[in-house]
Design a protein around this ligand. Structure first.
Ligand SMILES: Cc1cc2nc3c(=O)[nH]c(=O)nc-3n(C[C@H](O)[C@H](O)[C@H](O)COP(=O)(O)OP(=O)(O)OC[C@H]3O[C@@H](n4cnc5c(N)ncnc54)[C@H](O)[C@@H]3O)c2cc1C
Length: 381
């Protein structure tokens, strides 16, 4: 790089941490830095609102961050393409169209993908919770199938995965389908490989969520692993198949495949190993954040952590561009998590503490609504 030339800072992925980085750069531009964002699309999904959207309680726009508008505010160039390769050594990122982009500093915030059995990829009855960008069209197709069911029929809706997303989405989907077709019976079931639901939460929030699942007539199967998805059933590693007309696939978060070909250090699940400053191990000037980063000690894969990483990441990216050493970030010991239960209520979980009620749902709506409004000041789009 020429002395005096602008430093090239490249953000790969429009994840939550990068939304906060862009907001920080919009507020205080960094002199001498050219900012580029590589994102699959001009909108980035905000998962916290996805269950509310599935339940028909908000619009699709309410679940999306307008990245293009955010980039304009931050003076950043937006490249609407997927990144397909990355080299920390040659300091290049390759785009789906084949173009290569050099950088001085880079950050990767591309979230996670889900491990799915081969048979799940295209099956019309499977609603995979990743990638979120594909969810709207899959959900619409599923609703069209449900609309065509004869009155008096019966459908099994099975969610695979006992984390917050799997439980919350199952409850939202059941509420939506039951409201849509009151003349069809929808039986809910939740299968989890772990022995407990919400592995990162305390006993009380877990019990409150189990109670909400019971109230919604959901049959719980914990400690059981799914081996395959059939046309009308979910096969288990042990035991009889579970009938399943509709499957929500919400388990097995792993890193994106293309990162395996990069020279970055990955953990056993394919996530980028980062130090306390969020700098990738052995790759100075390259950072990773959100679900795709493997922090030590391991953090829950939750959007709230990706959001918290945003401001320290922005500060460290500025430091990297100035040639200064990055500073360590200390994650919060516990965070508030609000899990909608599809009945106008939510379970609030904060470390060992838990509570449930309509107030928790209203609080979730308020927090999520403010979050989206912060990035999408123009509600008319
Ligand atoms: C249904 C559901 C509900 C959830 N509810 C909550 C909740 O209420 N609270 C909570 O804390 N967590 C929740 N989670 C978890 C939360 O979604 C994730 O932890 C969070 O989205 C991770 O944020 P991120 O910034 O790492 O990545 P993401 O939000 O996944 O964003 C990554 C972005 O990168 C883009 N991208 C991916 N690959 C590429 C590529 N190769 N090139 C360019 N761009 C790319 C994607 O399109 C996406 O826009 C939920 C998850 C689901 C599935």
């Amino acid at each position: 790089m020429n002395a005096g030339a602008k430093k090239e800072l490249v953000l790969i992925g429009g994840g939550h941490a990068h939304a906060l980085v862009l907001e920080a750069f919009a507020r205080r531009p960094e002199p001498g830095v050219r900012l580029t964002v590589i994102s699959e699309g001009r909108f980035a999904a905000y998962s916290g609102r996805v269950p509310a959207w599935l339940a028909g309680k908000c619009t699709l726009a309410d679940t999306q961050i307008d990245l293009a508008a955010l980039c304009r505010r931050a003076g950043a160039r937006l490249i609407e393409q997927r990144a397909t390769a990355f080299s920390a050594e040659t300091r290049e990122v390759t785009l789906a169209g084949g173009e290569r982009l050099g950088f001085d500093a880079a950050s990767i915030n591309v979230g996670a993908t889900l491990y799915k059995p081969e048979t799940a990829a295209q099956a019309p009855n499977v609603l995979a919770l990743r990638p979120l960008a594909k969810l709207p069209s899959r959900w619409q197709a599923l609703c069209a199938r449900v609309d065509a069911l004869p009155a008096g029929s019966r459908q099994s809706v099975v969610s695979v995965g006992g984390g917050a997303a799997g439980c919350e989405t199952l409850l939202a989907v059941l509420a939506a389908l039951r409201a849509r077709r009151s003349d069809v019976r929808f039986d809910g079931a939740l299968i989890s490989g772990g022995q407990t639901l919400l592995p990162d939460a305390g006993r009380l929030p877990r019990a409150l969520l189990a109670r909400a699942l019971k109230k919604a007539d959901v049959t719980l199967r914990t400690g059981v692993r799914v081996s395959e998805l059939g046309e009308e059933a979910v096969m288990l590693e042990q035991g009889a198949p579970v009938p399943a007309d509709i499957v929500l696939w919400a388990t097995g978060a792993i890193g994106h495949g293309w990162l395996k070909e990069s020279d970055l250090a990955l953990n056993e699940r394919g996530f980028i190993e980062v130090g306390k400053s969020l700098e990738a191990r052995g790759a100075p000037g390259v950072f990773a954040a959100g679900d795709g980063a493997a922090f030590t000690p391991a953090l829950p894969k939750a959007g709230v952590y990706a959001v918290r990483m945003g401001p320290p990441l922005a500060a460290n990216l500025r430091r990297a561009c100035r040639g200064e050493a990055p500073k360590d970030w200390r994650p919060p010991r516990r965070v508030l998590s609000l899990i909608g239960t599809g009945d106008g209520r939510a379970v609030a979980s904060y470390g060992p503490l838990g509570a449930a009620g309509r107030w928790a749902w209203r609080l979730k709506e308020r927090i999520d609504g403010r979050f989206i409004a912060r990035f999408n000041p123009d509600p008319k789009r």
